[in-house]
Design a protein around this ligand. Structure first.
Ligand code: ARG
Length: 438
C-alpha cells in the first residue's frame, strides 16, 4: 500500500519493499505524526487551501486513528512503507476522498523532519526530568553521608576527601549534562513543516501558524536545511553519550566500592543479583550493565555521524537510518539514569570502612610535609623526610600519627607535639573541601 505509483509500470520487488520499509521502527512516531498532520490541516483550512468541511473530516479521522492506536484496537503493522503512509491510507479508508487532501502542500520530507523534532524534544525533556531526579538523589546521599574517605589518584590512596565531596563531583557532571541537553532542546526548537520536499510550495501556506500550534519557538529559515538537518539528533546522542560516560565512571566506582577489598558501600538487594553457583555472591549487575551499555550509546553516536557524513543537500533516504540508533540511545540513557537513581537511593555507605582505609593509607603524609614547611624546611626536603618516615611506618606496620615524638625527632628536629593535631584526619581535610562539608 503506497502513496505513489502513478509513474511506475511494474510492481516493486518484495525484497525492495521490505528493505525500504521503516514502519517497524518509525511507528514510534505515531503520536507526533498525528498531531503534526492535525496542525497542518488546520493551517490548510485557515489559508483556504482546503474546505473547512474536509478539514474537520480529516481531523476527526486522525483523532479516531489516535484513539484506536492508543486503545490497542488498531495495530501499526502491515506492508506500508512508513508511518506516514500507514496514517494516510488508514485515514482514506476511514473518511474517504477528503483524506486524499491531507498531504496537500506537504512532503514526507518535512513531515518526517517535523515528527523527529517533536519526538526528540519530548523525549529529551524526559531525560532532563530524570536527570533532575538523579541530581536530587545524589545530593541527599552526599549530605546524609558526609564522612571522610580516601581520595585517589592513579587508584592509589592520595589525600583525605569526604564522601560528600566525592559524590558532588558527579552532581556537577550531571548538572552540566542537563544544561547541555536543555541547550540542545533550545537549538532544535524550530519547525521544519512547510519546507515541503526541499523548496517550499506554490500554495501560500502559513508556517508560523503550524509552528505555534505545535509549540515551537519559530520556524527554520532555510528549506533545504530544514528537511535535511539531523544535527539535533547527533547533538542529543552526543549529550546522551556524555551522560553514559559519567554514569559509567560512577558505576565503576560503585562496583569497586562494593568489593570486599574496598567494602565502602553495600548495595541493596533490590539492585543486586546473585550467582547460580556461588551462594555467597551478591553482584553489582546494575552498575555493570550501565557501564556496558555506554558502549551502545557511543555506537549510536558514531553510526549517525557516519550516516550523515558526505550527504549532499537535501533529503536522502540514508537519513531514514537516523531513527533506530537514536531511539535506542534514548531508551538506553533513560533506563540507565532510572536504575542509577534506584541504586543510589537504596545504597548503604560504610563510614567505618572508609575511615579504616583513610588510616591505612598515609593520607596525612602531604600535610605532614606541609607541617615541616611551616616550621621552616623547604618543601622538597620535607617531602624526602616524610617519605623516609613512610618507609619506616610501612616496615613497622603503623600510621604516622602512632610514632611518638622521639621517633619523629630522629627524622627531623623540627617536629614537636603540635604535629599530632596538625595531621589529625579531620584537620587535614583541606580548607577548600571543608567549605563543602556544611
Ligand atoms: N521513512 C522516511 C524517513 O524516515 C520518511 C521520508 C521519506 N521521504 C521520501 N522522499 N521517500 O526518512
Amino acid at each position: 500500500m503506497k502513496l505513489w505509483g502513478g509513474r511506475f509500470k511494474n510492481a516493486e520487488s518484495e525484497l525492495m519493499e521490505d528493505f525500504n520499509s521503516s514502519l517497524s521502527f518509525d511507528k514510534t512516531l505515531y503520536y507526533e505524526d498525528i498531531i503534526g498532520s492535525i496542525a497542518h490541516v488546520k493551517m490548510l483550512v485557515k489559508c483556504d487551501i482546503i474546505s473547512e468541511e474536509d478539514g474537520n473530516k480529516i481531523i476527526s479521522g486522525l483523532d479516531s486513528i489516535l484513539k484506536d492506536i492508543e486503545s490497542g484496537s488498531l495495530k501499526i503493522e502491515g506492508d506500508y512503507e512508513d508511518i506516514h503512509s500507514f496514517m494516510e491510507v488508514n485515514l482514506i479508508e476511514r473518511i474517504g476522498d477528503a483524506g486524499k487532501k491531507m498531504h496537500t502542500a506537504r512532503s514526507r520530507n518535512d513531515q518526517v523532519a517535523l515528527d523527529m523534532r517533536l519526538y526528540s524534544k519530548k523525549k529529551a525533556k524526559e531525560v532532563v526530568e530524570n536527570l533532575k531526579d538523579l541530581l536530587e538523589t545524589i545530593k541527599i546521599l552526599a549530605e546524609k553521608n558526609n564522612y571522610i574517605m580516601p581520595g585517589y589518584t592513579h587508584m592509589q590512596r592520595a589525600q583525605v576527601v569526604t564522601f560528600k565531596h566525592h559524590m558532588m563531583a558527579y552532581f556537577n557532571m550531571f548538572s552540566r549534562d542537563k544544561k547541555r541537553i536543555e541547550n540542545a532542546i533550545d537549538i532544535l526548537d524550530e519547525s521544519p513543516l512547510g519546507c515541503c520536499a526541499l523548496a517550499g510550495t506554490t500554495y501560500s501556506t502559513d508556517r508560523e501558524f503550524t509552528a505555534k500550534e505545535l509549540g515551537f519557538k519559530g520556524v527554520v529559515n532555510n528549506f533545504l536545511d530544514g528537511v535535511s538537518d539531523r544535527d539535533y539528533i547527533i547533538e542529543l546522542t552526543s549529550d546522551f553519550s556524555m551522560v553514559m560516560m559519567h554514569l559509567s565512571r560512577l558505576s565503576e566506582e560503585i562496583i569497586m566500592w562494593s568489593t570486599k577489598e574496598f567494602d565502602f558501600i553495600q548495595l541493596s538487594d533490590e539492585f543486586s543479583t546473585g550467582s547460580s553457583i556461588m551462594p555467597q555472591k551478591k553482584n553489582p549487575d546494575a552498575a555493570e550493565l550501565i557501564r556496558g551499555k555506554s558502549g551502545r550509546v557511543y555506537g549510536d553516536l558514531v553510526s549517525i555521524l557516519t550516516t550523515m557524513k558526505g550527504l549532499p543537500l537535501a533529503y536522502n533516504k540514508d537519513m531514514q537510518e537516523d531513527k533506530e540508533g537514536f531511539f535506542d540511545a534514548l531508551d538506553t540513557v533513560l533506563s540507565c539514569i532510572k536504575v542509577m537513581n534506584g541504586m543510589l537511593s537504596t545504597v548503604k555507605i560504610k563510614e567505618g570502612s572508609m575511615l579504616k582505609a583513610v588510616k591505612r593509607g598515609f593520607l596525612n603524609a602531604t600535610e605532614a610535609a606541609d607541617y615541616l614547611v611551616n616550621k621552616g624546611m623547604a618543601f622538597r626536603d620535607a617531602h624526602r623526610v616524610i617519605g623516609e618516615i613512610v618507609i619506616y611506618c610501612e616496615d613497622n606496620n603503623m600510621p604516622i600519627e602512632d610514632l611518638n615524638i622521639e621517633q619523629l625527632k630522629k627524622f627531623s628536629q623540627l617536629f614537636s607535639e603540635d604535629i599530632y593535631e596538625f595531621i589529625d584526619y579531620k584537620n587535614t581535610l583541606n580548607k577548600g573541601i571543608k567549605k563543602y562539608m556544611k
